[in-house]
Design a protein around this ligand. Structure first.
Ligand SMILES: Cc1cc2nc3c(=O)[nH]c(=O)nc-3n(C[C@H](O)[C@H](O)[C@H](O)COP(=O)(O)OP(=O)(O)OC[C@H]3O[C@@H](n4cnc5c(N)ncnc54)[C@H](O)[C@@H]3O)c2cc1C
Length: 366
């Protein structure tokens, strides 16, 4: 099959690269091993006509105006600010932890200034932040750490907070004001007609051909492009020569309630300490869909299934570096996206990376 560029994977990384390269006059073929496009962004109707995100709730948020404007060519947006509650001891608290969480959990009536002082006294003084446990203890002290973080982490990652890189916990702010938004980015939106529609519109280009249900790694010999953009797992590309890169996976259980307009008090409720699932999403909060019923998604983390989250610790990073060293020698393959770079990327980061790499590839093939 002839193409200037073969893009392996139709997630946001692959589709951004495909769109940019086609718009520069290159002939692009996108192959996708799943029966649908969009990668983990894929959304669509369940059997009851409710829009769900098959691979977990996705919310677009960014501070990068360039990413927002780029994606705005392919979708209209609905403003959406995401809110999460945590169920602890049978009560619901805003999460990330904020002033209301502190007052509710400790049964206090602090104002913002008093809350700062309160946390200063609660914090565990540590000479060095070595891991996620230290990162939480140093900001909140032990009670908040154990009630809101430890159990969730054990379920989500299958390991204790102390075994995870500090950056994982540091991603979650601790607030002393009443801001209960999950994200604070400048741009927070949901695509009006969904992510799959947006992706479809990105691929709708006369120089892009999309082939689904093809696993590149089983049919490499069929393709002879000038350049490959590979967005699948980098260890699989190299036949696992150094061993497998570990991932956490997630099993989703969807439950439909036919005559319930709203099931829960927020889009997402975290269950740090109870149940085998980590969180429950009610999709109508994200999509603003009008429907007599509602569908929720429960997330059960585990090791089996599609790779979801790279597990960030030093051992895995060293293993990834071995693969990255092989990748750096490739002249006609670009490794792009969360699986190929073994990194947790938000959508906007993936788009930024893909825009930058597409410029390099276009210059190379000129
Ligand atoms: C549960 C969850 C929730 C998230 N929520 C958010 C959020 O709220 N906001 C946010 O900004 N980001 C969120 N993210 C991150 C977001 O999903 C990623 O940034 C984005 O999907 C990455 O796109 P990608 O193209 O790199 O990877 P993917 O979406 O995984 O796409 C890779 C594609 O390659 C295909 N593929 C792999 N191997 C092959 C092969 N050998 N042959 C052919 N095809 C192949 C796969 O089937 C897949 O379709 C979330 C991630 C998860 C896991």
């Amino acid at each position: 099959m002839k193409a200037d560029v073969l893009v392996v994977g139709s997630g946001l990384a692959g589709c951004t690269a495909a769109e940019r390269l086609a718009s520069r006059g290159l002939q692009v073929v996108v192959i996708e091993k799943r029966p649908h496009i969009g990668g983990n962004l894929y959304d669509g109707l369940d059997d009851n006509g409710v829009v769900i995100h098959r691979y977990g709730p996705h919310i677009f948020h960014t501070n990068e105006a360039s990413v927002f404007h780029y994606l705005s060519r392919f979708t209209d947006w609905r403003p959406y600010e995401h809110r999460v509650l945590a169920s602890v001891g049978g009560r619901l608290y805003p999460f990330p932890v904020n002033l209301d969480t502190l007052n509710g959990f400790f049964n206090l009536t602090l104002d913002e200034k008093e809350a700062e002082e309160f946390l200063r006294r609660k914090r565990t003084p540590l000479p060095e932040i070595r891991n996620s446990e230290d990162a939480v203890l140093a900001r909140t002290g032990r009670e908040i750490c154990d009630a809101f973080f430890r159990g969730y982490t054990r379920k989500q990652w299958g390991m204790d907070l102390s075994e995870l890189d500090a950056q994982v916990a540091n991603r979650i702010p601790i607030r002393t004001n009443r801001d209960d938004r999950y994200f604070t980015d400048r741009f927070q939106f949901m695509p009006t007609s969904g992510f799959t529609r947006m992706i479809k519109s990105m691929l709708d280009h006369p120089r892009i051909e999309v082939i689904r249900n093809v696993d590149y790694l089983h049919e490499r010999w069929k393709f002879k492009p000038r350049h490959i953009v590979f967005t699948g797992p980098i260890d699989a590309y190299y036949d696992f020569v150094f061993g497998r890169l570990p991932y956490r996976s997630t099993r989703f259980e969807f439950i439909h309630y036919p005559a319930v307009a709203r099931h829960q008090a927020a889009a997402v409720i975290n269950y740090p300490n109870d149940h085998a699932f980590t969180r429950v999403t009610e999709y109508k909060w994200l999509t603003a869909q009008q429907h007599a019923g509602t569908t929720i998604g429960l997330e059960y983390p585990g090791t089996e299934g599609e790779p979801c989250y790279p597990i960030p610790n030093s051992r895995n990073r060293l293993l990834y570096m071995k693969y990255a060293a092989l990748a750096s020698k490739e002249r006609s393959v670009t490794f792009l996206g969360r699986l190929a770079e073994y990194r947790y990327y938000n959508m906007d980061q993936v788009v930024l990376r893909a825009l930058a790499e597409s410029d390099k590839i276009a210059a190379l093939l000129r």
